[in-house]
Design a protein around this ligand. Sequence first.
Ligand code: UT7
Length: 322
Amino acid sequence: MTTRRSFIRGTGAYLPSRILTNEDLAKMVDTSDEWIRERTGIHARHIAAEGEMTSDLAVEASKEALRNAGLGPEDVDLIVLATTTPDQTFPATATAVQAKLGVKGGAAFDIQAVCSGFLFALATADSMLKQGLFNTALVIGAETFTRILDWSDRSTCVLFGDGSGAAVLQAGEGGADEGLIAHHIRTDGTKSDLLYVDGGVSSTGTIGHVRMQGNQVFRHAVTNISSAIQHVLAETGYSIDDIDWFVPHQANQRILNGVAKKLGLEEGKVVSTVAEHGNTSAASIPLALHTAISDDRIKPGDLVLSEAMGGGFSWGASLFRL
Ligand code: UT7
């Protein structure tokens, strides 16, 4: 039996040209290339240029995703953009993307679930397409995350970078094991003090900076991510051996390894791009997905499992077939 479902038709990604290496950071704070590589797997991160905004990054990734899908702005009727670092408090950065891409009509809005944002956006767009509210969606993760970093705090400033990734989702008819298959998204507001920004519109009237109890977040990340994955597998009847590719949120190579080990996932199936761009928050999953599709690792028909964990806490997992 076939039903109305969502399919990923194309992906794109964009990284700003300026690269900040671990050696560069070692000149700014008391850290070293060795510490950063050993504890995180990160070698470098990209930094948006002055005047380059989250919407600019998002537009570049979206253009590539549309090209790869063989579609144009005239085909898009929904834009869901996950970001923690919007251009302005309002309007939504997604509407800036809508205007810059020349998308006429439809709807565009932002989603805020920090590092899990792309999965929350994917689940939202998928539901709306399945319901028949829209037909073709741009689902984007884009961040100028380095703008909320405290560059004197070595425990956070070495971890994050800027970037964007996008996927074009289109509604069509298909079987239960085609296209986007299942999502599991969750939050726990009682853990917000472990990872947050110490400012905001209605609290301090300032932008604020990222604060994190890294080792505590690490512990919860492995547990929550594993539980989300097990939930998605149990719901769909797939086993971990059925997964062709694992595309995790790129926060820390040790978290990727920890989750893979806990679930019995072969390391060769794990897509890792964290070394090149660090933690780009909502952008990291589509960046990694696009990388592995572009270099022909992920092929049409492959079963892909994705996961994320971030501030909130927020976390989730998505299962889809390319
Ligand atoms: O994407 C959103 C979710 N976020 C995450 O998933 C991040 C999760 N957490 C992590 O990735 C890791 O906890 C970190 C990479 C942030 C830290 O690694 P860790 O192994 O948990 O280290 P730690 O926080 O326990 O700190 C160990 C030591 C401390 O020194 P003492 O107290 O042992 O003397 C820190 O002060 O490492 C020190 N340290 C550093 N040293 C050199 C912390 N940051 C640095 C640094 N360079 N950049």
